[in-house]
Write a protein that binds this ligand. Structure first.
Ligand code: FES
Ligand SMILES: [Fe+2]
Length: 409
């Protein structure tokens, strides 16, 4: 991997209205969320034929089902009956031979085909062979399952969409099996980009998180790498353990989990090599490497956490000033850990993660309340916030392309 393009980004002020303007919001939904690849779950969540998950896409689109067919293939559909629009599956996950709508009983198989229509003689106009749940593009990358809601063929394959981060993340994702440890979901009264922004810069750690993250992670002058020409990879940055930047000392629990533990940002200083060979993601092979944060269009951030963990975080729009935020943690070890020490440290990290997120959310809701009521027209982004800046530039490019096409038709 090449060295980061330190300081090469051109930073400009960006409009504050990007965080509340209804028109900009609708453009984001149409041009970005409904045209690009969306991260939904892990392949491991649906290992067997008949396994399914349902997922609420909030303002992005109707809910979806992802199901593994008898042929082992993963397929995605809108969770919407073709009779009169009810969902065909109420459960969040499970295993079924097919999906039976509980309104009038139309039933669809794992391939989305209508296979049972009660009192079919009263539907002379319906050809069951022609009736199918509406399919959604579905593919996998790094063990994650993605969908794309666009009509017709997606402009980019999922692999193209994730270039050039595929290479740098290959070793991290690889063929590893990641086990879910814990997760959080919260509805937050702010634009979806505010929580996403808070993930893709560590500039705020020292001021906002002195008691939780401890302020002890720093970019140490290595500025983010930005992929200006990529449709789906925004950029990444490494951060390094920097106890000298911490504004407060670790709590006793943090100190304890640091000393004995296996999960949590503080751990890195004691055992940075424990991920194994991290050369792909720890590009300078530095012993003080803390983590690497990867940002993707439109709403996903992935980062290794602690000795053997992975955090995936997503923000889903509900409106210009409301979103749902999800944090999902995975471990390389089968869950729950059989070792009490590991279990203890994992639980401690779980509550630490919750506290970190709470510190962000209360701040972000305050920002959102300020946005519309103050005469501030634009915001500054520093070099440590270059990924945030790039995110909005890439979103704007998607919007511009979408609007230009719409103008031609
Ligand atoms: S809406 Fe599904 S069977 Fe009528
Ligand atoms: Fe934060």
């Amino acid at each position: 991997m090449n060295a980061p393009e330190t300081g090469k980004q051109t930073l400009t002020k960006l409009p504050a209205s990007n965080y509340y303007c209804e028109t900009h919001y609708q453009n984001e939904i149409e041009a970005v969320f409904r045209k690009t690849w969306l991260n939904i779950c892990r392949e491991d969540d649906l290992p067997n034929p008949g396994d399914f998950i349902t997922y609420d896409l909030h303002d992005v689109g109707a809910p979806i089902i992802i199901a593994r067919g008898k042929d082992q293939k993963l397929r995605a559909f809108y969770n919407m009956c073709t009779h009169r629009g009810n969902v065909v599956e109420m459960a969040k996950k499970g295993n079924r031979k097919g999906f039976k709508c509980n309104f009038h009983g139309w039933t669809f198989d794992l391939e989305g085909q209508l296979v049972a229509l009660p009192e079919q003689q009263y539907f002379p106009q319906v050809d069951c062979a022609e009736e199918h749940l509406v399919t959604v593009h579905c593919d996998t990358w790094g063990g994650f399952v993605y969908i794309n809601l666009c009509e017709g063929e997606p402009e980019w394959t999922l692999a193209e969409f994730h270039e050039p981060l595929t290479e740098s993340m290959g070793e991290l994702m690889g063929d590893r099996k990641w086990y879910r440890t814990h997760g959080y979901q919260a509805t937050v009264n702010c634009n979806w980009k505010l929580p996403y922004d808070a993930l893709i810069e560590f500039y705020h750690f020292a001021a906002l998180h002195p008691k939780t993250v401890g302020g002890g992670l720093s970019l140490k002058g290595f500025m983010p790498t930005i992929f200006s020409d990529s449709p789906g990879s925004v950029g990444f940055f490494e951060s390094y353990y920097a106890p000298e930047t911490a504004t407060e000392s670790p709590t006793p629990i943090q100190e304890l989990t640091t000393t004995i533990g296996n999960f949590g940002l503080y751990v890195q200083s004691k055992a940075p090599k424990a991920l194994g060979d991290t050369s792909a993601i720890n590009q300078f092979d530095r012993p003080d490497w803390g983590t690497t944060t990867y940002a993707f269009i439109p709403n996903v951030c992935i980062m290794p956490v602690g000795l053997n963990g992975l955090a995936l975080q997503r923000a889903w729009p509900i409106g210009p000033d409301k979103c749902t935020f999800e944090i999902l943690f995975y471990s390389m070890e089968p869950q729950p850990p059989s070792d009490f020490v590991k279990l203890f440290c994992q639980r401690a990290a779980q509550y630490n993660n919750r506290d970190i997120a709470s510190e962000d959310f209360s701040t972000l809701e305050r920002i959102q309340r300020n946005l519309k009521r103050a005469p501030v027209k634009s915001f500054h982004f520093g070099m440590e916030e270059a990924v945030n800046h790039a995110l909005q530039e890439q979103i704007q490019r998607h919007i511009d392309r979408h609007l230009a096409r719409a103008a031609q038709t």
